[in-house]
Design a protein around this ligand. Structure first.
Ligand code: TTP
Ligand code: MG
Ligand code: MG
Length: 400
């Protein structure tokens, strides 16, 4: 306790930005085909939907109404969204809503190129960046002196100058609020959130707007009469923990109050490599044993592939389980030497799994490899003594 009258040791307010590109894949395509600006355009086709260059120099574009297949939309321009077409919708379904909309094939190489360009442009203005995927980043602006709005505008201008694309940015006290905020004034948004905005702008939003409340959690909240973030903020802590498990319940309440102390993870070196999947329906360890086994093996294989592609090996292998009641449990074990092959990962992860009482339905399963080293460094070390296993149990803290 500080002595009476002594200054309190409160940490300085942080300024965290979240930046997300607007209709990213579609916007990159419009750079190539500017004649499509203002039209409903959907990205999700394959080679068959490649525009044809006609003899007179005009291009002929595929239309949604001509599509047959099982493809899914990656994204759509805001004009197409106005017709009810969204990411993850089947293209055939979209064709019923917007038959005249233009359909273009995906070109990941182009999107990766523009992703690198916009991140490099931001780094010129504000170097403290956490990469969150192809079209979004967090930026820590705390150390910069400039006025917040001016800085955010300068970042947006830098992105546009480097790429010709627009983005939406929000500056708030932490990642959780900045992430919600960057969506509030899309497209081309510049949003500043202060303490007063929590009740004014955040509490009226649906609970699922919080990154970490997925469709199932939000359905479960709704069944309990909790619809918006404000409802969640006013819910009883014990009640939430009863229904969602101790750690997720606690996290839900803190999130609704806009509390999030997570620092940015600015290093490009990964601390761990993991894969997890939420099942279509909750699976029972006995009744669905085979299905679960298949998923488990597939996760291990994917993690092994990720490790190899990135030239990493890891010593600590872990599993994550979330039960139907949202209780989340992790188990891990540390091997004497780093591994990267699917079978060895499967064996170690299976070892972890045996330490969890599997008596209830599961909604999520994950496999994680940490204590990473690069493959060259790992090869220099002594061979493995597989029987030496160090165990560590923990209940996980959600969530990203
Ligand atoms: P988002 O940032 O979610 O969406 P967006 O950039 O297209 O649109 P917004 O203006 O709302 O941010 O996703 C970035 C890209 O990721 C998106 O352009 C395409 C791809 N994507 C998929 O492939 N499938 C999906 O379900 C989603 C949501 C995105
Ligand atoms: Mg986006
Ligand atoms: Mg995004």
């Amino acid at each position: 306790m500080p002595a009476a009258g002594a200054p309190r040791d409160t940490p300085p307010q942080r300024r965290i930005a979240h930046l997300d590109m607007d209709a990213f894949y579609a916007s990159v395509e419009l750079l190539r085909y500017p004649e499509l600006r203002g039209l409903p355009v959907v990205i999700g086709g394959s080679r068959a939907q490649q525009p044809l260059l006609l003899a007179d120099g005009e291009r002929r574009f595929a239309r949604l109404r001509d599509y047959a297949g099982r493809g899914v939309i990656t994204t759509a321009t805001y004009e197409a969204r106005a017709l009810g077409v969204f990411s993850a919708m089947g293209i055939m379904k979209a064709a019923r809503l917007a038959p005249e909309a233009i359909l273009l094939p995906v070109d990941f190489a182009a999107y990766r190129h523009y992703s690198r360009l916009f991140k490099a442009a931001v780094a010129q203005v504000a170097p403290q960046i956490e990469d969150r995927g192809i079209d979004e980043i967090y930026i820590d602006l705390s150390a910069l002196a400039e006025d917040t709005r001016a800085l955010a505008q300068r970042i947006k201008d830098a992105v546009r100058a480097a790429t010709g694309l627009s983005c939406s940015i929000c500056v708030a006290a932490n990642k959780l609020l900045a992430k919600i905020g960057s969506d509030l004034d899309k497209p081309d948004g510049l949003t500043l959130l202060n303490a007063a905005d929590l009740t004014q702008r955040i509490w009226p939003l649906a609970a699922r707007k919080i990154n970490g409340i997925g469709p199932k959690a939000s359905a479960r909240l709704a069944a309990l009469g909790i619809h918006c973030i404000g409802d969640l903020a006013q819910a009883d802590a014990t009640f939430l923990q009863q229904h969602f498990g101790r750690s997720y319940g606690r996290w839900l309440l803190a999130a609704a109050h806009g509390i999030d102390e997570r620092p940015l993870s600015t290093s490009s070196e990964p601390k761990s490599i993991s894969r997890e999947t939420t099942f279509e329906r909750d699976l029972h360890p006995r009744a669905d044993r085979q299905t679960l086994g298949g998923i488990f093996t597939a996760l291990c294989t994917q993690v092994a592939e990720d490790l190899r592609r990135k030239a990493y090996q890891g010593r600590t292998i872990g599993v994550k389980l979330r039960f139907a009641d949202f209780q989340t449990v992790t188990r891990d074990l540390t091997l004497p030497a780093a591994i990267d092959d699917a079978q060895a990962i499967r064996r170690a992860a299976g070892e972890c799994l045996r330490r969890v009482p599997l008596d209830r339905r599961l909604r999520l399963l994950g496999v994680r490899v940490s204590a990473l080293s690069t493959r060259r460094a790992a090869a220099d070390r002594a061979p493995a003594r597989q029987q030496e296993l160090l165990f560590a149990d923990s209940v996980e803290t959600p969530i990203d």
